[in-house]
Design a protein around this ligand. Structure first.
Ligand SMILES: C[S@@+](CC[C@H](N)C(=O)[O-])C[C@H]1O[C@@H](n2cnc3c(N)ncnc32)[C@H](O)[C@@H]1O
Length: 279
């Protein structure tokens, strides 16, 4: 694969001091505290978006994905392991996007293991992205208030990853060029989309030939229409194969337990996990 580099040095310099892979992201519509926006999110959209609620969902996602010490390990380790099986050698340069990344744990795990790769964490919630960016890119120490779950106020020390980039965008309207990504992830996303199967055509557009898509979802749909269209999962696969996707792997169920509190209450998610590729 060819890697492009930018450098501020004039062309007659023979040594490139520091090479940075060119970002696939174009100029954003706007930028808010380091987070580029590729969707002009209206005030009404901000207000209606439950994932923008810092004290509720952002804090919950932080407790789930970033506070392993509270749970005796990463609660979604089986999800992470399912994804890691599909990564090539660490020095293979990949362009990877995690769609609906929330606070960025899975995207960061890939960025750490694949230092030659560029990883993009995209989400529609600014608050989730801000939390992820502060923790994974700026190296901030977070202190989420998890007292109401009995966990207290853990101190979570951040990282300074240079190959992970967060951006606000809709998973259904990606800011990437055609055929530009090697790997797309989406976990616990498709059942939250207004049209759960509608985004797959967009993902096919941005994947390179041979590129892979890893989808993991409890298929816990919000709308009757979605249940009709995508349940049972055979309907999903029929649609994907009809659209030219090849199914490379399928696990049903991949069981994941999301801790609810310090007492050990948990929600068990019966997810469907699959890997599909473009020929
Ligand atoms: C249930 S959370 C899942 C977060 C994480 N991927 C995980 O596995 O726990 C759903 C995430 O998707 C984001 N989201 C919802 N609709 C989206 C859309 N249309 N495009 C991008 N992200 C979206 C939400 O803001 C939220 O962070």
């Amino acid at each position: 694969m060819r890697q492009h580099y930018i450098t501020t040095k004039p062309h007659y310099y023979t040594t490139i001091i520091e090479a940075t892979p060119v970002s696939l992201l174009p100029t954003p519509i706007s930028v808010r505290r380091d987070i580029p926006f590729y969707h002009a999110k209206s005030e009404a959209e901000f207000k209606d978006d439950v994932y923008e609620r810092y004290d509720e969902l952002v804090t919950r996602q932080t407790g789930l994905h970033l506070a392993d010490e509270l749970h005796g390990g990463y609660p979604f380790q089986d999800l992470l392991d399912y994804i890691l099986r599909w990564l090539p050698a660490a020095d293979t340069p990949l362009a990877v996007a995690d769609l609906g990344c929330s606070v960025g744990r899975l995207a960061a795990e890939i960025a750490i293991r694949q230092p030659a790769s560029t990883v993009y964490g995209l989400d529609l919630s600014y608050q989730m992205l801000r939390q992820g960016h502060d923790f994974w890119v700026k190296g901030a120490t977070l202190q989420p208030n998890l007292l109401r779950y009995g966990f207290g106020n853990p101190q979570l020390k951040g990282h300074q990853l240079t190959n992970l980039h967060f951006a606000l965008a809709k998973a259904e309207e990606l800011p990437f060029p055609d055929a530009s990504l090697d790997l797309i992830l989406n976990t616990f996303l498709i059942d939250r989309l207004p049209q759960p199967l509608g985004a797959f055509a967009e993902w096919a557009r941005v994947l390179k030939p041979g590129g892979r898509l890893i989808t993991v979802s409890p298929l816990n749909f919000l709308k009757t229409q979605s249940w009709r269209e995508a349940h049972p999962p055979a309907k999903i696969f029929a649609q994907l194969m009809g659209a030219g996707w090849q199914l490379e792997d399928l696990m049903d169920p991949l069981l994941l337990d999301e801790p609810m509190d310090a007492r050990g209450n948990a929600v068990r998610w019966k997810t469907l996990a699959f890997v599909a590729s473009r020929g």
